[in-house]
Design a protein around this ligand. Structure first.
Ligand SMILES: Cc1ncc(COP(=O)(O)O)c(C=O)c1O
Length: 363
């Protein structure tokens, strides 16, 4: 048993991946230099210099960008806005990130799970679902790159096809992309936003994985028609977001620290991903299958009939935490019973190797 529990459950960066000292310097400097703005009420869409930077990166007007208190808070606004406009069902890929599934259930949406495989969401299944029901759905929620929980990435071909289907059915799409920049190898695909142009697709990302989750700064790039309604929801929830963390992120970028920090995060996570894949091959080869992500935080493990809930309980007693797959599917679907999400973001390569060996011995 490890001296301290090994966590493959936490979709969080290891403490040494957080540039805490530099962020502390940035906090000091922005508070001194721009205190009057940072400590005041201000625009609901967020700290203007950072908002402008995001807008420029995506080639859109700043009014179409809203900075949110993390990506998940923005998801709540987006879902509420879309469901108010068009109540009913929301399409998700199966598996999908569990927190939005809970938000959707709480909002009273009917959650429809669409199949995916190693190439990501199946756009033909999406098309078939849209044709099968006369009432149009509220929106599609998708995480096309290094998906949480599966680590899978939607192929180029399917991205093009998905956009075609969305256009044909005038389907609103939320593209959630907090991991896209955390790429270890290979060329990045075009985003759905780039392919579609931003009429139907809303794009969201966050600085949680590229800077630090504690800055709680995410952002949305919205269709022109949706931006003011979305910003209005932010204003009626918190008047204006906390500007200090947004200004810290901005100062970090202004100092030229964003890219070098990202390169360090990519290097560190690549060796953790490699350690996990090697250990899986060594200890579970032939007994299970798993995804091989080119980036992000997660590997999806299929345990070939083993009950993942039961394994997770025994693993926890032995000092290894994993998340059973069932929670990443809509409640009651009965799917994901022999799958698990393994995060390689939190532990060192050595502890990852130790944890996988232990997990395999319990199978
Ligand atoms: C796919 C996905 N979307 C959104 C988030 C929310 O991140 P945050 O609220 O920290 O920006 C996460 C966090 O893990 C995530 O995995």
């Amino acid at each position: 048993m490890p001296a301290t529990p090994i966590s493959f459950a936490r979709g969080a960066p290891a403490p040494d991946l957080i540039p805490a000292d530099e962020l502390a310097d940035c906090a000091h400097d922005v508070a001194r230099q721009d205190g009057a703005r940072v400590f005041a009420y201000g625009p609901g869409g967020g700290y203007a210099p950072l908002r402008d930077w995001v807008a420029e990166r995506h080639g859109v007007a700043s009014e179409r960008v809203v900075l949110t208190v993390g990506g998940l808070q923005g998801f709540v606004f987006y879902a509420a806005e879309q469901l108010a406009r068009r109540p009913g069902r929301v399409l998700v890929e199966a598996p999908s990130y569990d927190r939005p599934l809970k938000v959707l259930a709480r909002e009273g949406a009917e959650i429809v799970a669409l199949p995916m495989d190693d190439q990501g969401l199946d756009p033909d299944a999406l098309d078939a679902e849209l044709r099968a029901r006369s009432e149009p759905p509220s929106f599609l929620y998708t995480i096309p790159t290094f998906q949480n929980p599966s680590g899978r990435t939607l192929s180029d071909e399917r991205r093009t096809r998905l956009v075609e289907v969305a256009r044909e059915h005038e389907l609103a799409v939320l593209e959630d992309d907090p991991y896209g920049l955390v790429r270890f190898e290979g060329a990045p695909p075009s985003s759905l936003l780039e392919l579609e142009g931003g009429t139907l697709v809303t794009y969201t990302s966050s600085f949680s994985k590229t800077v630090a989750p504690g800055v709680r700064t995410g952002y949305f790039v919205l269709p022109r028609t949706d931006a003011s309604g979305f910003e209005e929801r932010a204003i009626s929830t918190y008047i204006s977001p906390p500007f200090l963390p947004e200004a810290i992120v901005w100062e970090f970028i202004r100092r030229g620290r964003f890219e070098p920090n990202l390169a360090r995060v990519q290097d560190e996570l690549r060796s953790r991903r490699d350690a996990m894949l090697q250990a899986l091959e060594l200890h579970l080869g032939g007994h299970a299958t798993w995804s091989t992500p080119e980036g992000g935080y997660f590997v999806w493990l299929d345990l070939d009939g083993t009950d993942a809930g039961d394994l997770a309980a025994r693993a926890e007693e032995a000092g290894v935490a994993i998340v059973p797959g069932a929670g990443f599917f809509p409640p009651g679907s009965g799917l994901g019973g022999s799958s698990a999400r393994l995060a390689f973001s939190y532990e060192t390569p050595e502890r990852i190797a130790e944890g996988i060996e232990l997990l395999a011995s319990l199978r």
